[in-house]
Write a protein that binds this ligand. Structure first.
Ligand code: PXG
Length: 438
């Protein structure tokens, strides 16, 4: 406040935001319910992106709100080091039961970035515990996003997120990304071409020797860099190569987890079992920050099967925070009660039809989709990468529709409670925006 009672926007240095531009013309949200946000002046905004890929059950759902409210008055905080509280154990057990295969152990963090760093450290600790301490290299992928920790930006493949921050983690290589608009434009679901890109992993193994490689980390569907759906067979092939060489496979499911692709996890959707899985966002329906790493039995056993003492020197003050644990339990219950992952699967076909109806509109050079995710790529304006999509984003918000843009790709990922009628509304309104975008 500046004395006059006016709210000063200067103090909050906003994340991943063009701060000067934003503060000159702020876009504010004051309230939310179900499929909608409301601006401070009461305008309704249809949420086409589940907040930021996280509000999978829709906004301000009563069972989650109540669970958080209740927990705040019972146990506000409990230390997670050498102490416990029941809800964190319950939340871990419920999550472990939902995770595929023998991902039976859960480590809590507070953000996707922390989950990623945690998983990378687990991979190193695993190999070291097994007497293979030379396995220290990581392999990420171009156009991968794994948050903003030094581990995450190192294995991530987004130049602007890396270039200002020095030498990063040493010993990281990147697989090529799988986006191939020449061969795969307007693919419905998984594209036909590109499984062979996984073979680049063999090339990196030949270069470094498997005895030096700890883990491969990928998003099953890359979200942040524009909805890159893996080519048919690609993830299976990565799994096979990792198995052949004793390399751990980490799926970063911060976005793809909790029903987004029409199954609980992408690992289920693609029937590929990772050794470690990172989760956040939808774990608490976006309400209270919480993230998790799911860990397979053999990885957990190798690290923890040591005599006495602290087995893994890692953790956060807020690991398994009581409010987050309460929110996670209520969220997982709500997903189950409303069968929301199946709902996403059922809506995938009308979603796909509505998305691909945008083909032929001005500047649209690709539409891609899987589950309840869609990417609409626009031809960039000459010499102005991202400007056209950003214009569409501002125009959409002004017309009462929240979308997300990255480069010149529009990403859509609505709450899974969306109805067929709302799907039509969303794409109809986006079509109007695109027709007006120069
Ligand atoms: N991994 C993946 C796959 C993510 O998508 C993170 C890790 C990091 O999570 P935290 O909680 O540390 O932010 C993410 C985050 C976008 C967008 O516009 C996506 C994310 C964050 C901000 C913007 O697509 N995903």
């Amino acid at each position: 406040m500046d004395g006059s009672g006016r709210n000063d926007l200067e103090a909050w240095w906003m994340p991943f935001t063009a701060n000067r531009q934003f503060k000159a013309a702020p876009r504010m949200l004051a309230r939310a319910e179900g499929m909608h946000y409301f601006t401070p002046d009461g305008r309704q905004v249809l949420d086409g992106v589940a907040g930021l890929w996280c509000v999978n059950a829709g906004h301000n759902r009563a069972p989650i709100v109540e669970a958080i409210r209740k927990q705040a008055g019972v146990l506000d905080y409990a230390p997670p080091f050498q102490m416990g509280h029941p809800l964190a154990f319950e939340a871990a057990a419920k999550l472990a039961a939902l995770l595929p295969g023998d991902l039976n152990h859960v480590f809590f963090a507070n953000s996707g970035s922390e989950a990623v760093d945690t998983a990378l450290k687990m991979a190193l600790a695993y190999h070291r515990a097994r007497g293979e301490g030379t396995r220290t290299r990581f392999i990420g992928r171009e156009r991968g996003y794994h948050g903003v920790g030094f581990g995450g930006i190192s294995v991530g493949g987004i130049s602007p997120n890396r270039k200002a921050f020095g030498t990063l983690l040493p010993g990281v290589d990147h697989l090529p990304h799988t986006h191939d608009i020449k061969r795969n434009a307007f693919s419905k679901g998984e594209p036909e071409n590109g499984a062979e890109l996984a073979d680049e992993l063999e090339r990196l193994v030949a270069l470094h020797d498997a005895s030096n490689i700890a883990a491969v980390i990928v998003e099953p569907v890359a979200g942040s860099t524009g909805v890159l759906v893996p080519p048919k067979g690609y993830l299976q092939r990565l799994r096979t190569i990792c198995d052949r060489h004793g390399i751990l496979l980490i799926f970063d499911e911060v976005i793809t987890g909790f029903g987004r692709l029409g199954a609980a996890f992408a690992a289920d959707r693609f029937a590929v079992q990772p050794d470690l899985i990172t989760l956040a966002k939808g774990l608490t329906n976006g309400t209270v920050p919480m993230a998790a790493v799911g860990v397979r039995d053999h990885v957990h056993a190798a690290i923890t099967d040591v005599p006495g003492g602290i087995e893994f020197a890692h953790g956060y003050t807020y690991s398994g925070h009581p409010l987050a644990a309460a929110a996670a339990l209520a969220t997982l219950d709500l997903y189950a009660a409303e069968d929301l992952f199946q709902r996403a699967a059922d809506l995938a076909a009308p979603w796909e039809r509505a998305a691909h109806a945008l083909r032929g509109l001005p500047h649209v050079i690709d539409v891609r989709n899987l589950g309840l995710v869609a990417g609409i790529e626009l031809e960039p304006r000459a010499g102005q990468l991202g400007a056209r999509a950003y214009d569409a984003f501002v125009r959409a918000f002004e017309s009462g529709l929240l979308i997300r843009v990255t480069g010149d790709t529009i990403a859509l990922s609505p709450p899974l409670i969306i109805t067929p009628a709302r799907i039509e509304e969303l794409f109809g309104r986006l079509a109007d925006v695109l027709k007006e975008t120069a």
